[in-house]
Design a protein around this ligand. Structure first.
Ligand code: BTN
Length: 326
Protein backbone atom coordinates (compact mmCIF):
# COMPACT_ATOMS: atom_id res chain seq x y z
CA UNK A 1 0.00 0.00 0.00
CA UNK A 2 1.36 3.44 -0.94
CA UNK A 3 2.33 5.83 1.82
CA UNK A 4 -0.35 8.39 0.93
CA UNK A 5 -3.07 5.76 0.79
CA UNK A 6 -1.89 4.33 4.08
CA UNK A 7 -2.17 7.79 5.72
CA UNK A 8 -5.65 8.27 4.29
CA UNK A 9 -6.89 4.97 5.68
CA UNK A 10 -5.32 5.67 9.05
CA UNK A 11 -6.90 9.14 9.13
CA UNK A 12 -10.25 7.37 8.93
CA UNK A 13 -9.44 4.58 11.37
CA UNK A 14 -7.50 6.59 13.93
CA UNK A 15 -10.58 7.40 16.06
CA UNK A 16 -10.76 3.75 17.13
CA UNK A 17 -14.44 3.58 16.07
CA UNK A 18 -16.06 1.14 13.67
CA UNK A 19 -16.02 2.03 9.97
CA UNK A 20 -17.97 0.14 7.35
CA UNK A 21 -16.36 -1.92 4.60
CA UNK A 22 -18.03 0.37 2.08
CA UNK A 23 -16.54 3.55 3.55
CA UNK A 24 -13.06 2.02 3.78
CA UNK A 25 -13.38 0.49 0.31
CA UNK A 26 -14.08 3.97 -1.05
CA UNK A 27 -10.89 5.36 0.55
CA UNK A 28 -8.81 2.41 -0.61
CA UNK A 29 -10.33 2.34 -4.07
CA UNK A 30 -11.21 -1.35 -3.75
CA UNK A 31 -14.42 -3.35 -3.42
CA UNK A 32 -15.93 -4.06 0.01
CA UNK A 33 -14.79 -7.66 -0.30
CA UNK A 34 -11.15 -6.67 -0.77
CA UNK A 35 -10.99 -4.35 2.27
CA UNK A 36 -10.02 -6.97 4.87
CA UNK A 37 -7.04 -8.16 2.84
CA UNK A 38 -5.74 -4.60 2.62
CA UNK A 39 -6.28 -4.00 6.32
CA UNK A 40 -4.58 -7.26 7.21
CA UNK A 41 -1.63 -6.03 5.23
CA UNK A 42 -1.65 -2.76 7.19
CA UNK A 43 -1.90 -4.70 10.43
CA UNK A 44 1.13 -6.82 9.60
CA UNK A 45 3.17 -3.98 8.14
CA UNK A 46 2.63 -1.49 10.98
CA UNK A 47 2.08 -3.84 13.90
CA UNK A 48 -1.40 -2.39 14.49
CA UNK A 49 -4.20 -4.43 15.98
CA UNK A 50 -7.40 -4.36 13.98
CA UNK A 51 -10.86 -5.75 14.83
CA UNK A 52 -13.43 -6.91 12.32
CA UNK A 53 -17.02 -7.45 13.43
CA UNK A 54 -19.70 -8.70 11.08
CA UNK A 55 -22.38 -6.07 10.53
CA UNK A 56 -20.33 -3.29 12.15
CA UNK A 57 -17.15 -3.11 10.08
CA UNK A 58 -13.56 -2.52 11.07
CA UNK A 59 -11.84 -0.67 13.87
CA UNK A 60 -8.42 -0.24 15.41
CA UNK A 61 -8.04 -1.93 18.80
CA UNK A 62 -6.97 1.45 20.19
CA UNK A 63 -7.27 5.01 18.78
CA UNK A 64 -4.17 6.57 17.22
CA UNK A 65 -2.69 10.05 17.36
CA UNK A 66 -0.80 10.58 14.10
CA UNK A 67 1.85 13.28 13.72
CA UNK A 68 0.65 16.23 11.66
CA UNK A 69 3.69 17.18 9.56
CA UNK A 70 2.47 20.60 8.41
CA UNK A 71 1.68 21.86 11.91
CA UNK A 72 5.00 20.56 13.24
CA UNK A 73 7.06 22.05 10.41
CA UNK A 74 5.30 25.42 10.85
CA UNK A 75 5.98 25.50 14.60
CA UNK A 76 9.62 24.57 14.00
CA UNK A 77 10.05 27.27 11.34
CA UNK A 78 8.77 29.83 13.85
CA UNK A 79 11.65 28.73 16.12
CA UNK A 80 14.16 28.85 13.28
CA UNK A 81 14.43 25.05 13.07
CA UNK A 82 14.11 22.91 9.95
CA UNK A 83 12.07 19.75 10.41
CA UNK A 84 11.39 16.48 8.67
CA UNK A 85 8.64 14.03 9.66
CA UNK A 86 9.06 10.48 8.42
CA UNK A 87 6.79 7.46 8.45
CA UNK A 88 9.58 5.04 9.15
CA UNK A 89 13.35 5.15 9.66
CA UNK A 90 16.08 3.03 11.25
CA UNK A 91 16.81 5.66 13.92
CA UNK A 92 15.97 9.36 13.97
CA UNK A 93 19.37 10.01 15.60
CA UNK A 94 21.13 8.20 12.76
CA UNK A 95 19.07 10.12 10.19
CA UNK A 96 19.95 13.51 11.69
CA UNK A 97 23.64 12.62 11.69
CA UNK A 98 23.39 11.59 8.03
CA UNK A 99 21.52 14.79 7.10
CA UNK A 100 24.00 17.03 8.92
CA UNK A 101 26.92 15.21 7.29
CA UNK A 102 25.25 15.87 3.92
CA UNK A 103 25.07 19.60 4.72
CA UNK A 104 21.52 20.02 6.09
CA UNK A 105 20.93 23.33 7.90
CA UNK A 106 20.80 23.24 11.71
CA UNK A 107 18.98 23.16 14.07
CA UNK A 108 17.43 20.25 12.24
CA UNK A 109 14.65 18.13 13.72
CA UNK A 110 13.73 14.63 12.60
CA UNK A 111 10.65 12.83 13.88
CA UNK A 112 9.35 9.46 12.82
CA UNK A 113 6.16 7.50 13.30
CA UNK A 114 8.33 4.48 14.00
CA UNK A 115 11.95 3.34 14.21
CA UNK A 116 13.17 -0.07 13.09
CA UNK A 117 16.43 0.26 14.96
CA UNK A 118 15.86 2.86 17.68
CA UNK A 119 19.00 3.37 19.73
CA UNK A 120 19.07 3.56 23.52
CA UNK A 121 21.93 4.26 25.91
CA UNK A 122 24.64 1.65 26.45
CA UNK A 123 23.97 -0.07 23.13
CA UNK A 124 20.41 -0.99 24.03
CA UNK A 125 17.52 -1.01 21.62
CA UNK A 126 14.76 1.61 21.99
CA UNK A 127 11.44 -0.05 21.23
CA UNK A 128 9.61 2.24 18.78
CA UNK A 129 6.19 0.99 17.65
CA UNK A 130 4.21 2.83 14.96
CA UNK A 131 2.39 6.05 15.95
CA UNK A 132 2.54 5.31 19.69
CA UNK A 133 5.38 7.41 21.08
CA UNK A 134 7.68 10.32 20.33
CA UNK A 135 10.92 9.59 18.50
CA UNK A 136 12.52 13.02 18.42
CA UNK A 137 16.04 14.00 17.29
CA UNK A 138 17.34 17.55 17.13
CA UNK A 139 20.66 18.13 15.38
CA UNK A 140 22.87 21.09 16.25
CA UNK A 141 26.10 22.28 14.66
CA UNK A 142 28.63 23.56 17.15
CA UNK A 143 31.42 25.79 15.97
CA UNK A 144 33.59 25.03 18.99
CA UNK A 145 34.19 26.48 22.40
CA UNK A 146 31.19 28.61 23.28
CA UNK A 147 28.38 26.07 23.72
CA UNK A 148 29.41 23.56 26.36
CA UNK A 149 28.65 19.91 25.77
CA UNK A 150 29.32 19.23 29.46
CA UNK A 151 26.09 18.44 31.20
CA UNK A 152 24.09 19.07 28.01
CA UNK A 153 22.25 15.76 28.27
CA UNK A 154 21.22 16.65 31.84
CA UNK A 155 19.93 20.07 30.71
CA UNK A 156 17.92 18.27 28.01
CA UNK A 157 16.55 15.92 30.69
CA UNK A 158 15.22 18.97 32.55
CA UNK A 159 13.47 20.23 29.41
CA UNK A 160 11.77 16.85 28.94
CA UNK A 161 10.83 16.74 32.62
CA UNK A 162 9.18 20.19 32.48
CA UNK A 163 7.30 19.15 29.38
CA UNK A 164 5.98 15.95 31.00
CA UNK A 165 5.01 17.74 34.19
CA UNK A 166 3.17 20.35 32.14
CA UNK A 167 1.20 17.52 30.55
CA UNK A 168 0.02 16.57 34.02
CA UNK A 169 2.57 13.95 35.09
CA UNK A 170 3.73 16.05 38.03
CA UNK A 171 5.51 13.16 39.73
CA UNK A 172 8.03 12.75 36.87
CA UNK A 173 11.58 12.83 38.19
CA UNK A 174 15.13 12.44 36.93
CA UNK A 175 17.60 9.64 37.45
CA UNK A 176 21.22 10.44 36.66
CA UNK A 177 22.33 10.91 33.97
CA UNK A 178 19.14 11.42 31.99
CA UNK A 179 16.39 8.92 32.60
CA UNK A 180 12.90 10.18 33.32
CA UNK A 181 10.95 8.03 35.75
CA UNK A 182 7.49 7.91 37.26
CA UNK A 183 7.16 5.70 40.34
CA UNK A 184 10.32 3.82 39.38
CA UNK A 185 9.17 3.19 35.81
CA UNK A 186 10.74 4.75 32.74
CA UNK A 187 8.66 7.25 30.79
CA UNK A 188 11.39 8.88 28.67
CA UNK A 189 15.10 8.76 27.89
CA UNK A 190 17.74 10.94 26.24
CA UNK A 191 20.60 9.84 24.01
CA UNK A 192 23.16 12.38 22.79
CA UNK A 193 25.39 11.41 19.90
CA UNK A 194 28.32 13.39 18.55
CA UNK A 195 30.24 13.49 15.34
CA UNK A 196 33.26 15.60 14.46
CA UNK A 197 35.68 17.13 16.94
CA UNK A 198 34.08 17.93 20.32
CA UNK A 199 36.71 20.65 20.89
CA UNK A 200 36.22 22.17 17.46
CA UNK A 201 33.59 21.87 14.76
CA UNK A 202 31.14 19.14 15.56
CA UNK A 203 27.56 18.03 15.26
CA UNK A 204 25.49 16.84 18.16
CA UNK A 205 22.18 15.09 17.94
CA UNK A 206 19.86 15.28 20.92
CA UNK A 207 17.74 12.14 20.77
CA UNK A 208 14.64 11.98 22.94
CA UNK A 209 12.28 9.05 23.28
CA UNK A 210 9.01 9.58 25.18
CA UNK A 211 6.53 6.80 25.90
CA UNK A 212 3.33 8.58 24.95
CA UNK A 213 0.31 6.41 24.12
CA UNK A 214 1.71 2.90 24.52
CA UNK A 215 -0.19 0.91 27.16
CA UNK A 216 0.78 -2.12 29.22
CA UNK A 217 -0.80 -5.18 27.70
CA UNK A 218 -0.04 -3.95 24.18
CA UNK A 219 2.12 -6.12 21.97
CA UNK A 220 5.41 -4.42 22.79
CA UNK A 221 8.02 -6.10 24.94
CA UNK A 222 10.44 -3.87 26.85
CA UNK A 223 13.10 -5.30 29.15
CA UNK A 224 12.66 -2.77 31.96
CA UNK A 225 9.71 -1.38 33.93
CA UNK A 226 8.01 1.38 31.92
CA UNK A 227 5.00 3.62 31.83
CA UNK A 228 3.58 6.17 29.38
CA UNK A 229 1.94 9.57 29.45
CA UNK A 230 -1.37 7.98 28.54
CA UNK A 231 -1.14 5.48 31.36
CA UNK A 232 -0.32 8.28 33.83
CA UNK A 233 -2.97 10.80 32.79
CA UNK A 234 -5.62 8.40 31.59
CA UNK A 235 -6.28 9.60 28.06
CA UNK A 236 -4.85 9.54 24.55
CA UNK A 237 -2.24 12.27 24.06
CA UNK A 238 -2.08 14.45 20.95
CA UNK A 239 1.48 13.76 19.74
CA UNK A 240 1.59 16.84 17.51
CA UNK A 241 0.80 19.19 20.40
CA UNK A 242 3.28 17.29 22.57
CA UNK A 243 6.00 17.69 19.92
CA UNK A 244 5.38 21.43 19.82
CA UNK A 245 5.45 21.71 23.62
CA UNK A 246 8.70 19.74 23.78
CA UNK A 247 10.21 22.06 21.16
CA UNK A 248 9.39 25.10 23.30
CA UNK A 249 10.87 23.58 26.46
CA UNK A 250 14.00 22.48 24.62
CA UNK A 251 14.50 25.91 23.12
CA UNK A 252 14.20 27.43 26.60
CA UNK A 253 16.65 25.06 28.31
CA UNK A 254 19.13 25.07 25.39
CA UNK A 255 19.24 28.82 25.62
CA UNK A 256 19.83 28.72 29.41
CA UNK A 257 22.53 26.11 28.84
CA UNK A 258 24.14 28.25 26.11
CA UNK A 259 24.28 31.24 28.44
CA UNK A 260 25.45 29.67 31.69
CA UNK A 261 26.32 26.05 30.92
CA UNK A 262 24.92 23.26 33.08
CA UNK A 263 26.20 25.14 36.14
CA UNK A 264 23.22 27.50 35.78
CA UNK A 265 20.81 24.55 35.95
CA UNK A 266 22.58 22.35 38.49
CA UNK A 267 20.45 23.26 41.51
CA UNK A 268 17.21 22.90 39.59
CA UNK A 269 18.37 19.52 38.31
CA UNK A 270 19.24 18.26 41.81
CA UNK A 271 15.84 19.38 43.09
CA UNK A 272 14.27 17.02 40.53
CA UNK A 273 16.73 14.15 41.10
CA UNK A 274 14.85 11.19 42.53
CA UNK A 275 17.95 9.54 43.93
CA UNK A 276 19.52 12.43 45.90
CA UNK A 277 20.90 11.02 49.16
CA UNK A 278 20.14 7.42 48.16
CA UNK A 279 22.45 4.46 48.52
CA UNK A 280 23.36 3.31 45.05
CA UNK A 281 25.61 1.05 43.04
CA UNK A 282 27.29 2.57 40.01
CA UNK A 283 27.88 0.00 37.30
CA UNK A 284 30.58 0.39 34.67
CA UNK A 285 30.59 -2.88 32.75
CA UNK A 286 31.58 -5.58 35.25
CA UNK A 287 32.81 -2.98 37.76
CA UNK A 288 30.59 -1.88 40.62
CA UNK A 289 31.06 1.04 43.00
CA UNK A 290 28.82 1.45 46.03
CA UNK A 291 28.15 4.90 47.44
CA UNK A 292 25.65 7.54 48.49
CA UNK A 293 24.47 10.15 45.98
CA UNK A 294 25.66 13.64 46.95
CA UNK A 295 24.44 15.28 43.75
CA UNK A 296 25.99 16.43 40.48
CA UNK A 297 28.81 18.89 39.78
CA UNK A 298 28.69 21.90 37.45
CA UNK A 299 29.66 19.68 34.48
CA UNK A 300 26.93 17.14 35.18
CA UNK A 301 29.22 14.46 36.70
CA UNK A 302 27.70 12.33 39.46
CA UNK A 303 29.05 13.05 42.96
CA UNK A 304 29.15 9.99 45.16
CA UNK A 305 30.26 9.52 48.74
CA UNK A 306 32.31 6.33 48.50
CA UNK A 307 33.41 5.08 51.91
CA UNK A 308 33.56 8.63 53.30
CA UNK A 309 35.35 10.14 50.29
CA UNK A 310 33.74 12.23 47.58
CA UNK A 311 34.30 10.94 44.04
CA UNK A 312 32.99 12.16 40.69
CA UNK A 313 31.87 10.00 37.79
CA UNK A 314 30.89 10.77 34.22
CA UNK A 315 30.54 8.83 30.97
CA UNK A 316 27.82 7.42 28.79
CA UNK A 317 28.46 3.80 29.71
CA UNK A 318 27.68 4.20 33.41
CA UNK A 319 24.42 3.18 34.99
CA UNK A 320 22.98 3.53 38.47
CA UNK A 321 21.05 1.03 40.60
CA UNK A 322 19.43 1.55 43.97
CA UNK A 323 20.87 -0.53 46.83
CA UNK A 324 18.70 -2.17 49.52
CA UNK A 325 15.63 -0.40 48.13
CA UNK A 326 16.89 2.73 49.91
C1 BTN B 1 17.78 5.74 26.71
O1 BTN B 1 18.28 4.62 26.54
O2 BTN B 1 17.25 6.05 27.76
C2 BTN B 1 17.81 6.75 25.59
C3 BTN B 1 16.73 6.48 24.60
C4 BTN B 1 16.70 7.47 23.45
C5 BTN B 1 15.72 7.05 22.39
C6 BTN B 1 15.54 8.10 21.33
S1 BTN B 1 14.14 7.81 20.31
C7 BTN B 1 14.64 9.10 19.26
C8 BTN B 1 16.14 9.00 19.12
N1 BTN B 1 16.51 8.07 18.06
C9 BTN B 1 17.14 7.00 18.52
O3 BTN B 1 17.54 6.05 17.83
N2 BTN B 1 17.24 7.07 19.86
C10 BTN B 1 16.70 8.30 20.37
Amino acid sequence: MGVILMREVLQVLRDGQFHSGEALGAVLGVSRAAVWKRLEHLEAELGLEMHRVRGRGYKLASPLSLLEPEAIVAACRAQGWEAQILDSIDSTNAEVLRCLAAGAPAPFLVLAERQDNGRGRRGRQWVSPFAENLYYSLGLRLEGGVFSLDGLSLSVGLAVLRCLREQGVVETGLKWPNDLLVAGRKIAGVLLELSGDPAGECQVVIGIGVNVNMLPGSRVVIDQPWTSLRECIGHLVDRTALTQALGRWLEHYLSLHAQGGFAALREEWEACHLWQGKEVSLLAGPQRIDGVVLGVDSLGALRLDVAGQERQFSGGELSLRLRNDS
